[in-house]
Design a binder for this molecule. Sequence first.
Ligand code: CP
Ligand code: NVA
Length: 333
Amino acid sequence: STSSPLRHLVSIKDLSDEEFKVLVQRAQHFKNIFKENKTNDFQSNHLKLLGKTVALIFTKRSTRTRISTEGAATFFGAQPMFLGKEDIQLGINESFHDTTKVVSSMVSCIFARVNKHEDIQALCKDSSVPIINSLCDKFHPLQAICDLLTIVEKFDISLDAINKGTNSKLKIAWIGDANNVINDMSIACLKFGISVSIATPQGIEMDSDIVEEANKIAKRTGANFELTHDSLKASTNANILVTDTFVSMGEEFAKQAKLKQFQGFQINQELTSVADPSFKFMHCLPRHKEEVSDDVFYGEHSIVFEEAENRLYAAMSAIDVFVSNKGNFKDLK
Ligand code: CP
Ligand code: NVA
């Protein structure tokens, strides 16, 4: 019998609209189960990976991604193994290729947080088990699943009604860097028909392949996709204001120059005053003051800590679909 090809989670871009919807639905499903378990007797019928192991190959720091993926693995009965850059031979004594061959021969999946997107692609090429991209310099799909779950909850969006044009009146405004988080988030929002407006400083532009893909999806789902260098324009009537650090992991060397470039891009009273009066503020965290003022970050419109919690359910969904169900979205068990 021919076994179906191995499916990895590299970017939301690689998923059909329907598949992405399933991932968000599954996240919501496991959130309900997890919350019930917290208050009632522990139900063990979801221990689909009992006796298995899950590897986390992380060459960069992490709080949320590490906790949520280890927690999600444990939820399904698997033992997570955190393999930080000080722990294994990778990078010092051993190549990505050899490491991937060896690790994947012993575990049921690999969560990988790496620097270069090419490293994720190399892992996918060499691994005998699913690779789940846990952040690279180009994408952050687990964050996008979490963020769309958060948006669906906060704006009471029925997942059955994300067809063409249904949500296009909902607008998210990203004020910040052209980075891994917004690459996946914009594609994710557009797939749900949510309009996206991105304001970056002059000279900081979205990658052309992402723009091309975003325009394609926008056309299909009836949402608007806008790129600007005017943060006030992007924020106007936005239902969601969102940002991220101006200096991502791996580009600390450019910190001073970037902070200068981003002057005037802080989300504060000036920008929130032109947004929809009931706007929500989102941020993947970790947060720094230069991208958002304290009054917005800790204010009544902020949903950042609920968003962070939702990372757990996004990780559960990814394990369930890509590991327990081997990337088969059609008949999820
Ligand atoms: N949002 C996010 O990925 O956080 P960590 O870097 O702490 O995992
Ligand atoms: N853009 C940030 C996200 C951190 C979760 C980074 O890559 O460092």
